[in-house]
Design a protein around this ligand. Structure first.
Ligand SMILES: N[C@@H](CCC(=O)N[C@@H](CS)C(=O)NCC(=O)O)C(=O)O
Length: 373
């Protein structure tokens, strides 16, 4: 049996793992979470009923997109991990941005344009439910749950204009980058490309409303999304292509421009989420191995922060800090000189402080769950 990937086309985090398997020529079969085997065989070992989940050829069950990628990276000599310091840190940053930093536009452009998106979404949600008499009711329940999640991440009537403005600034900056190079760090995808693909494929590069925006206003980003789902390099429009990451630890200016846009909400939101979770940690006795649930923190788990005068309240999720820890670990493993070179680029795009924001406890993944160390 080849590897089995439990995933669905419209799932944000599934796109990250699927692309990694495709790009690394790892044979797999894809099964819906509506498949009978998901509930019966997968969830008991996955512990949570989220997707993606991988069942390896040997029968090991791995829940979580980052963990699936890490499984193959560790086994195969880290083919998608840049080794030079700036590129390693920037790759990790884009992984974090994809996993956590674009949830507001992803949810907004999916759920707040029913005229354009609803029948498309219904098809996908319906076909990810088991064939069961309650299938339609379950479909509606799941769609309502996800619609509500858009609000959890801070999209409201007051904030939606700014959510759109920030997304368009990000999209146009990213478009300029992909006009120059087919991948974030040059000629092949890194861990950051896979992370970033999560919101940019299933939601922002596939649902009818945001897909149209991407095709009409950011064709280079659209091509990258397409390219990330094809095994070969798929960059015929780039003449004189190279084959690896850019030489000399180069981070193109176009990528720093993208990070400068992202910094505007990523940094204040991460600080606010850390404050909220740290206050909660201070009053919560925890043993090593206790589960870190999805939303945690003070004030009902909310991170409160302001961008361009607009107040946002969003769910404070420990997962953000699991990803951030990886970036901080990469930075801390550098020599002093290497750290100085990383400091210089992060300073130039307003992200330097991100390296110092920490939770009071480290997070780990154990037995398919995020737990406190
Ligand atoms: N940290 C997990 C998150 C997975 C996740 O939240 N997946 C969504 C679909 S994109 C899901 O299964 N949601 C269902 C639920 O939360 O009940 C990962 O990166 O794989």
């Amino acid at each position: 049996m080849p590897h089995s990937l439990y995933a669905i086309p419209h799932s944000l985090y599934s796109g990250r793992a699927r692309s990694y398997l495709i790009k690394n020529n790892i044979p797999f079969e894809e099964f819906s979470c509506g498949h009978e085997s998901f509930k019966a065989e997968i969830v008991p070992e996955a512990k949570l009923s989220t997707i993606p989940v991988l069942r390896t050829e040997e029968g090991q069950i791995i829940r979580d997109g980052a963990a699936i990628i890490e499984y193959f990276e560790a086994a195969n000599g880290r083919p998608c991990q840049p080794v030079s310091p700036k590129q390693k840190v920037v790759s990790g940053l884009f992984d974090l941005i994809g996993a956590e930093g674009l949830l507001r536009p992803a949810m907004h452009y999916r759920w707040n344009f029913p005229e354009e998106n609803l029948s498309f979404l219904h098809y996908h949600f319906f076909h990810s439910q088991r064939a069961h008499p309650d299938r339609e009711a379950k479909t509606q329940h799941m769609m309502n749950k996800m619609r509500y999640a858009a609000m959890v991440f801070g999209v409201t009537d007051e904030s939606r204009d700014l959510v759109e403005t920030l997304y368009m600034e990000f999209l146009l900056a990213l478009d300029k980058h992909f006009e120059q190079y087919p991948y974030l760090l040059g000629w092949k995808p890194c861990i950051g490309d896979f992370g970033l693909l999560a919101p940019m494929f299933a939601h922002l590069g596939r649902d009818p409303k945001p897909l149209q925006i991407m095709q009409q206003q950011a064709v280079h980003v659209y091509r990258w999304v397409e390219r990330m789902n094809r095994a070969h390099q798929d960059a015929p429009e780039h003449y004189n292509t190279g084959s690896g990451y850019l030489a000399d630890d180069e981070i193109p200016e176009t990528l720093l421009a993208v990070l400068a846009v992202v910094a505007q909400d990523l940094l204040p939101e991460t600080k606010a989420a850390a404050d909220s979770i740290n206050e909660w940690l201070a009053s919560s006795p925890l043993a090593s191995g206790d589960r870190a649930s999805r939303y945690l923190g003070q004030n009902d788990g909310k991170a409160k922060f302001t961008v361009r005068g607009q107040m946002f309240e969003s769910g404070a999720q420990p997962y953000r800090f699991f990803q951030l820890q990886l970036v901080q670990d990469a930075y801390e493993s550098c020599t002093e000189n290497e750290r100085a070179s990383v400091d210089a680029i992060l300073d130039s795009c307003g992200l330097q402080e991100l390296l110092t924001i920490k939770l009071g406890r480290r997070l780990e993944q154990r037995d398919n769950l995020e737990v406190w160390a």
